[in-house]
Write a protein of this length. Structure first.
Length: 332
């Protein structure tokens, strides 16, 4: 069984082909980062037009890499939400049109389920039940995944996501878009205790997240530093990164205690962050938890993860419920 997956939820046009053993047969990805960098963030209309222009060539490139004809795809999977409406419409329309042309079924999936499924590409033998921390530019959620892909949302952000906090605070520091990778690079040689930034909602057992206060706190601390900010930017970035990761690690531990699981996956764009990966590895070694971290190349938005998510559903015979993927709240 071969699945062709399409991802267009934000500013990446991705396509990937995955077989039943979670082997990547072919993939292609077009990033709009340079297009949106001059605006300091994603412009939905611009993103939708870029998807419309690139989706055909991206899908063709993935097929060419796989050395397969379109007829070889048994199922066409695509992201139906959450995400930006225009980009999602481009991807879903293309996927459903392709499926109808090929007389193959189309499967619309939750974008976050795709991030979760990126773990299968690293560990094909991974099976529920497990806890998943899904952490990206738009979402921060703790989800328990039970047998038969029964999803239970344990906690989520009330405002900014972790990746959003990285990008917004990085913008305040004068860094480019997206700022998260640059913050991490600078933080590697900085003092992690330089600033005392807030960790919100840290009552033991509270699984909700809040990162919006970091913008205000970072702005205030930068003002105190004045002209010396240039010399201390590594320390500021290290303090910021530590504040975010401290919260993610603590709440993940509380969630593991609450659901009693001994398997954890950490997925999403922020899962590529080296300091987060280090801290999660240390946590799991200390607590005796099996940790699965997707390969960094699959952490960001991509079509391969959507194909992997569809493969898992096909293997257990559970198609998604229509309309269930419209937002991060709507886990089945």
């Amino acid at each position: 069984m071969i699945v062709l997956g399409i991802e267009t939820s934000c500013d990446e046009t991705g396509c990937g082909l995955v077989d039943g053993d979670y082997r990547v047969l072919g993939q292609s990805l077009y990033s709009q980062v340079e297009t949106h960098a001059r605006f300091g963030g994603v412009v939905p209309e611009v993103a939708a037009r870029a998807h419309l222009e690139k989706i055909g060539p991206v899908v063709r490139a993935a097929m060419d890499e796989a050395g397969l004809d379109f007829a070889a795809a048994d199922v066409i999977a695509y992201t139906r939400g959450p995400g930006l409406l225009g980009p999602l419409l481009v991807g879903s329309s293309f996927a459903q049109g392709l499926a109808r042309t090929l007389n193959k079924p189309a499967m619309g999936l939750n974008h976050l389920e795709g991030h979760l499924a990126s773990a299968y590409l690293t560990d094909p033998k991974l099976e529920p039940p497990f806890l998943a921390l899904l952490v990206s530019g738009g979402h921060t959620e703790l989800v328990h995944v039970g047998e038969g892909l029964k999803f239970t949302l344990l906690g989520q952000t009330r405002d900014d996501a972790a990746g959003e906090a990285f990008d917004k605070c990085g913008k305040i520091l004068g860094l480019g878009y997206p700022a998260g990778p640059e913050v991490a690079q600078l933080a590697a040689s900085g003092r992690r205790d330089f600033l005392h930034l807030p960790r919100a909602l840290m009552d033991h057992g509270n699984l909700e997240f809040s990162f919006s206060g970091l913008k205000t706190a970072t702005t205030r601390e930068i003002g105190k530093l004045g002209d010396s900010i240039g010399a201390r930017i590594n320390d500021v970035c290290a303090s910021l990164e530590t504040a975010i990761v401290d919260v993610l690690v603590s709440k993940t531990l509380w969630a593991l205690e609450a659901c009693g699981e001994n398997q954890l996956i950490v997925a999403g764009g922020v899962a590529a962050n080296s300091y987060l990966r280090q801290r999660m590895t240390e946590l799991c070694q200390r607590e005796g938890i099996k940790l699965t971290l997707p390969d960094r190349k699959f952490c960001g938005d991509n079509g391969v993860m959507m194909a992997a998510a569809a493969q898992k559903r096909l293997q257990i015979g559970k198609w998604p419920v229509a309309g269930s993927a419209s937002s991060g709240l709507s886990w089945e």
